[in-house]
Design a protein around this ligand. Structure first.
Ligand code: SF4
Length: 712
């Protein structure tokens, strides 16, 4: 008998947007491969060998239990040809009877860039609708819109190294210690190396991230625009803005200042629920810093004013010239492993591939010509919450959901369930056999998962890394791009979807970014086009924008390094923003602010991390975290059960055990997002939040609900 061969494969962690490199030791025996050990990739620039507890325990979560292994129709096993024929026929029939906008795709930041590209090409270029949105809408669409308004393009202008060389790091709306642990470790080490580096944490809760804070501002939820407008005003009145120099590369400063001047310092402190002295300290540190990074995440984005919050932050960076240089910038960090790759190929309903705008006729014509597409919509499609509302209203007859569980993760669960019931056909591609959304599927299609999929992801610092297929697909599972190509071929589009390998899709994506791109857009992956299968397979992590040196080597450059932005004038835009209160306001009936977020060791709805016993050790179940004084007033003690209700939660109360926590703001409660099932929280959170969204980005307000609490 032959000894098993030991092999080492390099891939990327499938969890958060840090995008850590992972080395896998495998045993190969004949046709069987088993994964033996996982370690961080020492040379990967995202993590330099480090992994958090979720990454370290990846193999504990990678078994076949609960996997969907065969296509099914109405719960009965069918072959692939039957399943994809039924999907193709139904899409064709729906278009014929109701038009292309009656078809919708709802996809996921878990998809690889190649899957995302094919989904967008099929929907926007061949079905002829823009009704394709993604669960990344729930994660970072406000950040996207903020960057586009300011820079003319969705470009994150920072690198992870900026977190290490800045003199002031402002972490706002981000529990980095738990949500992006490897970056937090990098920041910790940077602060140890440079004790003069100041860290300010802005968060209603005193989270683990506050352990490195020189100053914690326990801001009242939803008041970030007032805080950053106050900073802009402070910088202006204290003569910290070099207006002639700033005017060289920006426009709109005066309007932004006029808009920021509506509250005086006392009012800002009161609106934000902060101590005036602490606020003044933060403002003084910011205007006198040599460099500053503002690092923001869901606490900023998941808001009915998420885009204005992002622009209020960016305004301060433009005004102080903390942009486009080392240690500087407004840095949005994504939650999912490939939200950024999705953005590059037009993953959101209001975007087109290659950072082109769907509502720009020239961009549209270029993409249409490149794809040789028969039909392309002229307007953006429905964003996630609106998409499910339209489905509920009977306007969407067919939906294909890929790699996500909207019944649990979207706000207003009752409406999402009702919407799926009204669809003529619900198709779900997933790796799991059952979840709350699969319960509504007419057709279930088995997809491949991490360690089986082969393609690329882009992390939060614009670094493209390979996720490598190490294991064979289990059962009859197929890659998402393959499933979509099968359906597209059966719809008559075989020549446009004839890919045989993900490298061919990546090549087309790279060429499209360069097509008629005269330098107006930073996303230009031309130097990565034309790779053979083998070159693609060997591709090392690479960051864009890229230039090709005279010796043909590639080098990344800092976005907007020359202070020329992707706007028509080349100047960055200040955006005049005003503070507005959250949509879901507290009242006598619903007096508590509901906030939610991640715990350290779990991921999304726990379909993967829930399999590893060790990952339950940190937090075993969902609690509601309540300030001691609030608990006293409610006459509840530690571990008592309470019922949470909101305007939209319906008859059944949402029950949680109490965790008394003095790190909560009084009047705020916190519930983690992950747990579902009988005593879980995620499906209950979906019931408690109203479908309030940002008017520009469509991102749901998932950090500021209004609830009542009663002992149970
Ligand atoms: Fe994975 Fe994120 Fe942890 Fe890195 S920090 S190992 S990408 S979960």
């Amino acid at each position: 008998m032959l000894e098993p061969l030991l092999r080492q494969k390099q891939t990327t962690c499938p969890y958060c947007g840090v995008g850590c490199g992972v080395d896998i030791s495998c045993n190969v025996s004949g046709r069987t491969t088993s994964l033996d050990k996982v370690t961080g990739t020492p040379e990967h620039p995202a993590n330099y060998g480090r992994l958090c507890v979720k990454g370290t325990n990846l193999l504990e979560t990678n078994d076949l239990s609960g996997r969907l292994l065969h296509p099914t129709m109405a719960g009965a096993r069918v072959d692939w040809d039957t399943a994809t024929r039924a999907v193709a026929d139904k899409i064709t029939q729906t278009i014929a009877e109701h038009g292309p906008d009656a078809v919708a795709f709802y996809v996921s930041g878990q998809l690889l860039t190649e899957d995302y590209y094919v989904a967008n090409k099929l929907m926007k270029g061949f079905i002829g609708s823009a009704n394709i949105d993604t669960n990344s809408r729930l994660c970072m669409s406000s950040a996207v819109a903020g960057y586009k308004r300011a820079f003319g393009e969705d470009v994150v202008p920072c690198d992870y190294t900026d977190l290490e060389c800045t003199s002031l790091l402002v972490l706002t709306g981000s529990n980095t210690a738990w949500a992006h642990p490897v970056l937090f470790q990098r920041i910790q080490r940077a602060k140890l190396r440079n004790p003069d580096m100041k860290v300010v944490v802005i968060d209603p809760r005193e989270t683990e991230t506050c352990t490195i804070a020189d100053l914690h501002l326990p801001i009242k939820g939803g008041s970030d625009v007032a805080l950053f407008n106050g900073l802009l005003q402070f910088a202006h009145t204290n003569g910290a803005i070099d207006e002639p120099a700033i005017g060289e590369f920006t426009q709109g400063l005066n309007d932004a200042i006029a808009s920021a001047n509506t509250l005086d310092a006392k009012d800002v402190a009161s609106v934000c629920g902060l101590n005036e002295a602490d606020l003044a300290t933060f403002y003084q540190w910011f205007i006198s810093a040599e460099s500053a990074v503002t690092f923001y995440s869901m606490g900023v984005n998941q808001s009915s004013a998420g885009v204005d919050k992002a622009n209020a932050i960016i305004n301060c960076h433009l005004a102080l010239d903390f942009i486009s240089k080392p240690g500087c910038g407004p840095f949005s960090i994504t939650g999912q492993p490939n939200a950024m790759g999705g953005r590059e190929v037009g993953g959101l309903a209001n975007m087109l591939a290659a950072h082109c705008d769907i509502e720009n006729p020239e961009h549209r014509e270029n993409v249409k010509a490149f794809w040789q597409s028969p039909a392309m919509p002229e307007q953006g499609g429905l964003k996630a919450v609106d998409l499910f509302s339209a489905m509920d209203a009977g306007q969407i007859k067919f939906v294909w959901i890929m790699g996500t569980n909207p019944v649990v993760s979207m706000p207003y669960r009752e409406q999402v369930e009702s919407a799926l019931k009204k669809c003529d056909m619900v198709v779900v591609s997933d790796i799991v056999q059952s979840n709350d959304t699969l319960a509504f599927a007419d057709i279930a299609l088995p997809a491949t998962g991490w360690s089986e999929k082969d393609g690329t992801v882009t992390n939060s610092e614009r670094r493209i890394s390979r996720q490598r297929g190490i294991m064979s697909p289990p059962g009859e599972a197929k890659h998402d791009w393959q499933i979509m190509c099968d359906v597209a071929s059966k719809m008559g589009f075989s020549s446009a979807f004839s890919y045989s390998h993900p490298s061919e899709i990546f090549d087309e994506h790279a060429r499209l970014t360069a097509y008629k791109n005269d330098g107006a857009r930073q996303l230009n992956l031309a130097p990565l086009a034309g790779k053979s299968h083998a070159q693609y397979d060997a591709m090392a992590p690479v960051q864009w924008p890229l230039i090709t040196n005279s010796d043909q080597t590639l080098a990344p450059v800092r976005p907007f390094y020359n202070k020329v932005f992707s706007t028509p004038t080349g100047k960055a835009n200040f955006i005049a923003v005003k503070f507005t209160v959250p949509v879901q306001l507290t009242s006598n009936e619903f007096p508590f602010v509901l906030n939610s977020g991640r715990m350290r060791d779990q991921w999304h709805t726990m379909t993967r991390t829930g399999k590893a016993p060790v990952l339950h050790a940190h937090t075993a179940h969902a609690n509601v975290y309540i300030h001691p004084e609030d608990a006293k007033a409610l006459l509840v003690a530690q571990n008592d059960y309470v019922a949470l209700s909101s305007k939209v939660s319906g008859e059944t109360p949402c029950i949680f055990p109490v965790q008394i926590d003095k790190r909560q703001r009084r009047g705020d409660v916190f519930v983690p997002i992950h747990w579902s099932g009988e005593w879980g929280s995620h499906s209950k959170l979906a019931k408690l939040y109203a479908p309030a969204t940002d008017p520009i980005s469509g991102q749901p307000e998932l950090k500021h609900g209004a609830v009542s609490i009663t002992p149970h």
